[in-house]
Ligand binder design. Structure first.
Ligand SMILES: Cc1cc2nc3c(=O)[nH]c(=O)nc-3n(C[C@H](O)[C@H](O)[C@H](O)COP(=O)(O)OP(=O)(O)OC[C@H]3O[C@@H](n4cnc5c(N)ncnc54)[C@H](O)[C@@H]3O)c2cc1C
Length: 455
């Protein structure tokens, strides 16, 4: 195949991690930058969208009837500055791979989400946040520059602080295909985490603890029991910590302080019955999870996968929701809007959503990306089986409450937001649309998400 030939494409169904609303697309996996450029030039009327490891929950990386460019075939690490702490790599490299390579050198990724099976391109495309957002901001804040393949098939070097950079950070792949990025890293002395755990009796107790002491921790998150009711509404388990210093390690672990060890359980079966996650089973799980957590424990040493990515231990865990899949709902409301958060938590609890994966976190400063999700305030994320009776109408009502409070929902998780609420949630939306109209007048970059929300 010559360098600028379009790589072989296969038609197939594509979904997000929530496995709702699959759509058929032409899947193309470029192995060179030239193949990627040829694929963009050859997208056709339904356009194309870059895709990483498909961990966006909704429809951001799918494109019904068009092309989907699987960028995981471009996954080279080009250069590591082990003194200065930067890495230059292809956008198809996963954070898992970066951890394998960088941890032994004493460096960690600046931001990691709840799974390390995301690509650098996906991390910038959704401008992802981690448990350290209140300290470090989102992923793109640590990106120094990137190379972007644009709709005309050309490649531009995009520096941070420029409009094109801010449109691309969180731009959901709609400004072009990120080919490479230079990322600033976080120095670490060990590959273990020192973790404090505590229980909060209810939502107010949880918010008070987070407000009073989050600044002491680099990483902070709370698992919240959304099925608890009455006085226990919003009870939670907080886990907060930082990278452990060398002297915190027992002698045995000090021999290999930067070893990156992971383990994986057998994959979840391909087909599980609907309704496995009923209110009763999830309620029981939540009860046990809350009770098993220590009331207060300080300085426990945990491996990186245990602290950051517990779900990665079970491959294909998203199958446990059965064929119908699941919706992840994540919103943020600003400081001063605690009453909205309280009301929404009470409503979810009253609605009896069987959610065992629900987390609350405080965001720090807003990020410069025009469609970046984080703004200072409270963010709640929860998983719900897609087939839950009345779910669509219920979440529509929550969207309205969120929008009224000046908050927003996270596009990387979304599969159902109504377009008319988007402008209120993302005030730079018009700038984003204008830049796209100029950069991509023929609408080469398209996704199911962009059509649904008129991005
Ligand atoms: C278990 C789990 C936990 C998660 N926890 C968090 C969390 O804590 N915080 C958080 O912010 N997110 C979280 N997420 C969501 C996830 O981090 C994002 O959706 C991320 O974008 C997925 O990266 P990906 O490589 O799988 O990209 P995909 O899902 O394939 O694509 C996501 C978006 O990025 C774009 N994109 C992908 N590659 C490129 C490229 N090369 N150039 C341009 N655009 C590109 C796509 O077009 C799409 O719009 C979680 C997801 C899972 C499954």
């Amino acid at each position: 195949m010559s360098a600028d030939t379009v790589p072989v494409a296969e038609w197939g169904p594509v979904t997000g991690w929530g496995r709702t609303a699959p759509t058929a697309a032409r899947l193309i996996r470029p192995r060179t930058y030239e193949e990627a450029a040829a694929a963009v030039r050859d997208c056709g009327a339904r356009g194309g969208i870059p895709r990483g490891l498909g961990r966006a929950y909704g429809d951001a990386a799918q494109n019904a009837g068009g092309a989907v460019l699987d960028m995981t075939g471009l996954d080279r690490i080009h250069a590591i500055d082990a003194d200065g702490g930067t890495v230059l790599c292809d956008a198809g490299v996963s954070l898992h791979r970066l951890m394998e390579v960088l941890l032994p050198l004493g460096w960690f990724v600046p931001v990691t989400p709840g799974t390390r099976y995301v690509t650098v391109g996906g991390a910038i495309g959704a401008d992802i946040h981690g448990k350290n957002h209140h300290v470090s901001g989102s992923f793109a804040r640590h990106v120094l520059s990137l190379e972007l393949l644009t709709a005309d098939g050309g490649v531009r070097t995009v520096e941070r602080g420029t409009p094109l950079f801010d449109a691309t950070a969180g731009g959901m792949g709609l400004t072009g295909v990120i080919l490479t990025a230079t990322v600033r890293l976080q120095p670490v002395a060990t590959s273990l985490m020192s973790v404090d755990t505590e229980r909060a009796a209810d939502l107010d107790d949880l918010m008070a603890r987070l407000t009073a002491t989050d600044h002491r921790y680099r990483y902070s998150v709370a698992w919240i029991d959304l099925l608890a009711r009455g006085a226990a509404t919003g009870r939670a388990v907080l886990t907060r910590g930082d990278h452990a210093p060398l002297d915190a390690l027992p002698a045995r672990a000090r021999r290999e302080p930067l070893a990156f060890r992971t383990s994986r359980l057998p994959a979840a079966p391909a087909f599980l019955p609907e309704g496995l996650l009923s209110r009763t089973s999830v309620g029981l799980f939540n009860e046990l999870w809350y009770r098993k957590a220590p009331r207060a424990r300080r300085g426990q040493l945990q491996r990186i996968p245990t602290f950051f990515h517990p779900l990665d231990g079970v491959p294909h865990w998203n199958r446990i929701y059965g064929r119908g899949g699941f919706v992840q709902y994540q919103f943020v409301v600003g400081h001063g809007r605690e009453e909205t958060l309280r009301r929404i938590v009470r409503r979810i609890s009253a609605h009896r959503c069987p959610s065992f994966l629900a987390v609350l976190k405080r965001f720090g400063e807003a990020d410069p990306g025009w469609l970046s999700f984080p703004v200072p305030g409270w963010t709640l994320a929860l998983d719900v089986p897609a087939g839950l009776h009345g779910l669509g109408a219920f979440l529509d009502e929550l969207d309205e409450e969120v929008a009224e409070a000046g908050g927003r929902v996270y596009l990387a998780k979304d599969s159902r937001l109504r377009p008319e609420l988007l402008a209120a949630m993302y005030p730079r939306l018009d700038d984003f649309r204008a830049l796209r109209a100029e950069l991509d007048p023929r609408g080469v970059f398209m996704s199911d998400l962009s059509r649904r929300l008129a991005l």
